[in-house]
Design a protein around this ligand. Structure first.
Ligand code: PRX
Length: 681
């Protein structure tokens, strides 16, 4: 098979699976639900060979159904019409709240670790039921009904979880927009999803700083008439927040009018539970659609078996609920199991670098789940902050969002885990809904740097990107795909099912394509190499190079932009942008004169921050005469990647380049505008 370019990542990865460290770790005090590798293998085999029976039983055991399903699975990857738990009816909010509120009303559901520790709070399952019911009542009074989309633009606070569960209670579809997104990005997502109602707050607090959330909302919705109601939670209580009469309503005033119980609406297992926008290889973000039954089961099963969660455990997922990690492992997974979840509003550095460890000590957290980027930061700061705290309650340490290097893995194991905890490196995606490849704590021996083995029902495959053929044996490298449906996989892209088919199902017919390069070693363990498409992973944030390029292109001085990701010690990958200017004699062109170059850099950085969000801003913008292109006009990002990675001596075959003569000037520009500046820092 030709025409595909999924080979990119392998240029950067000289380490082959077989050369990676091969020693196993297994440390898990106490009995686990799945207690050894043999049991994992047996259960995995059943889940693949007999999914009807395996997931039928799991579905009945883990979820409460208002109406039992009549068939476990239908449809195929090839047709893009996968469905699970057919004709079954359930409500996600009932499953996450009511059944635990009835059994254990006083058990903490959410532990809120506020930006300022003085504001910390515990919310029990009983309280959660009342709060969720009241917000559901407000939404219902505004006409929200099953199938409607409701946007949530809130920071990491309990009200966000309450809002999401209230929307789910009505059978409506939540679309959480990460609070770090700019007003423009927020607007695009609201318009694409057709949301008539938005839930937000007056202001946010993060790291001691104030975020003017409602102001951003007002800017974003200026001229957007489709939003009829906005519910505003009072987070800071600052006076003078503008409220538009007839559209904006205070959360505390509206909920005060509602009763403490609102009956959940039964949903079909395949009704969408939520949308979550994510970046792909095209410029516009895609609203990934997740189902109610399959998603919830995937969330519950992975939380139970990968993390080996027991009833009294306390899970601290440090990721924001604006991303999939927060959806699945701060909200749906733990709450479906009736487990206490810590909701953390602040940063690992606020008010000091002891924050994570104080949280763990204070609440005796048993599970800590974080992105390697946060670990790299903590490691760099030093161990003195960690040793001040008693974090011996920890049993399982999770890693998510980007590859964790074997060195960082060992550090996590020794320094945070005291060699007593299992490290669960979990590989998954917004689209997968829950873990794809991850060790089951207590059962699967781990290897530093490997996400280990596929979860139940995940029929993982390595495909040769050049031939398109699956490589069934061990000791192979290729791209990661999945060859049968699993319950929590995304069902569609909102308003664009064709895009769903084209992105995931078409590249390798019969398989779901993850977009990642991966190897499988001689033990059958998977090693994730990183994205092979135009997606960059900065500090665990997934960014589309096309989206950043489009934003840079909006600047009138810019002729063309090419964005790439290069390795970065702290953030995993960093965004580097190359731009050519419309007028090469532009005064800001450093190739012509230095005077206003800094100004243009600043302007372009501000443009990306303003149009997408601060997390997407390039580490460096390099102004060049022209971009390297093939004869058909395609930008050769591979060349830019090599030069920016200081590997200009390994450019490889340049024969397809139409303007190979510009290469020396590109190398010069990178040296002057980026590499030399880096050295000085
Ligand atoms: O490239 C993989 C990387 O993150 C991508 C998914 O990003 P997102 O949808 O934002 O979800 C992140 C949280 C699940 C994947 O395609 N990725 C995620 N986890 C890992 C990883 N890469 C290596 N190792 C991981 N454990």
């Amino acid at each position: 098979m030709t025409g595909r370019d999924h080979t990119k990542v392998h240029e950067a990865h000289h380490i082959h699976a077989r050369q990676a460290p091969q020693h196993f770790y297994n440390s898990q005090p106490g009995p686990a639900y799945v207690h050894d590798m043999e049991t994992y293998k047996k259960m995995y085999k059943e889940s693949i060979e007999n999914p009807e029976e395996f997931f039928g039983k799991m579905g009945r055991d883990f979820l409460h159904w208002d109406r039992p399903f009549t068939k476990v699975q239908s449809g195929s990857l090839e047709n893009g019409d996968v469905a699970w738990f057919l004709n079954g009816e359930l409500n996600a909010s009932y499953n996450c709240v009511d059944r635990h509120a009835f059994a254990n009303p006083d058990k903490p559901a959410l532990i809120y670790e506020a930006d300022d520790e003085a504001d910390n709070k515990i919310i029990t399952f009983g309280e959660l039921l009342r709060e969720v019911s009241k917000v559901a009542g407000v939404l219902k009074s505004w006409g929200v009904k099953k199938g409607d989309t409701v946007a949530v633009y809130l920071p990491m606070i309990p009200s966000t979880v309450i809002a999401m569960l209230a929307i789910a209670r009505l059978g409506a579809v939540h679309s959480v927009i990460f609070a770090g997104f700019s007003s423009g990005s927020m607007k695009d997502r609201i318009v694409d999803a057709g949301c008539k109602v938005l839930i937000t707050c007056d202001e946010g607090r993060r790291g001691g700083k104030t975020i003017h959330t409602k102001k951003i909302v007002d800017e974003g919705l200026n001229g957007v008439d489709s939003v009829s109601h906005i519910l505003v939670f009072q987070r800071t209580g600052t006076e003078g927040i503008p409220m538009k009469a007839g559209r904006d309503f205070w959360w505390h005033e509206e909920t005060a009018k509602q009763r403490g119980y609102f009956p959940p609406v039964s949903c079909n297992a395949e009704d969408p539970l939520f949308l979550l926008y994510t970046s792909g290889s095209t410029g516009s973000p895609k609203g990934v659609v997740h189902s109610t039954g399959g998603y919830l089961l995937g969330a519950a099963l992975t939380t139970r078996y990968v993390f080996d969660i027991h009833p009294e455990d306390v899970l601290f997922t440090a990721g924001d609920v604006g991303w999939i990690t927060g959806h699945t492992y701060a909200l749906y997974g733990p709450l479906a199991l009736g487990t206490t979840s810590i909701i953390f509003e602040s940063t690992p550095a606020y008010p000091d670098y002891g924050r994570y460890w104080r949280i763990i000590q204070r609440h005796k957290a048993t599970h800590f789940y974080v992105a390697p980027t946060a670990l790299r930061l903590i490691k760099r700061v030093g161990e003195q902050e960690i040793s001040k705290y008693d974090i011996s309650s920890l049993r399982v340490l999770g890693s998510v969002g980007e590859p964790i290097s074997p060195e960082l893995w060992e550090w996590y194991h020794k320094t945070i885990g005291n060699e007593n905890c299992v490290i669960c490196d979990t590989m998954w995606q917004t689209e997968s809904g829950s873990h794809l490849i991850a060790p089951l704590a207590g059962a699967v021996p781990t290897k530093p740097g490997s996400a280990s083995v596929p979860f139940f029902g995940v029929n993982a495959a390595i495909i040769d990107p050049v031939t398109g053929v699956e490589l069934p044996e061990n000791d192979v490298e290729g791209v990661l795909a999945v060859k049968s449906p699993w319950p929590s996989m995304a069902r569609s892209i909102w308003n664009n099912h064709a895009h769903y088919i084209n992105t995931y199902m078409k590249p390798y017919p019969g398989y779901y394509f993850t977009g990642d390069g991966a190897g499988r070693d001689h033990d059958g363990y998977y090693w994730i190499r990183g994205r092979v498409d135009d997606v960059v992973n900065v500090s665990g944030h997934r960014l589309s190079t096309a989206e950043i390029e489009a934003s840079l292109g909006n600047n009138e001085a810019v002729s063309e932009a090419a964005v790439i990701g290069i390795a970065d010690e702290l953030t995993g990958q960093a965004v580097i942008a190359f731009v050519s200017l419309k007028n090469s004699a532009h005064p800001a062109n450093p190739l012509e004169g230095e005077s206003t170059a800094d100004e243009l850099h600043r302007e372009l950085i501000l443009q990306v921050r303003g149009e997408i969000g601060p997390f997407a801003s390039p580490k460096c913008i390099i102004i060049v005469k022209d971009l390297p292109k093939t004869r058909s006009g395609k930008i050769m990002r591979r060349v830019l990647r090599k030069i920016a990675s200081n590997e200009a001596d390994q450019l490889g075959d340049l024969s397809t380049l139409a303007n190979a003569d510009i290469v020396p000037s590109l190398i010069d520009a990178v040296n002057v505008q980026f590499l030399e500046k880096l050295k000085k820092k």
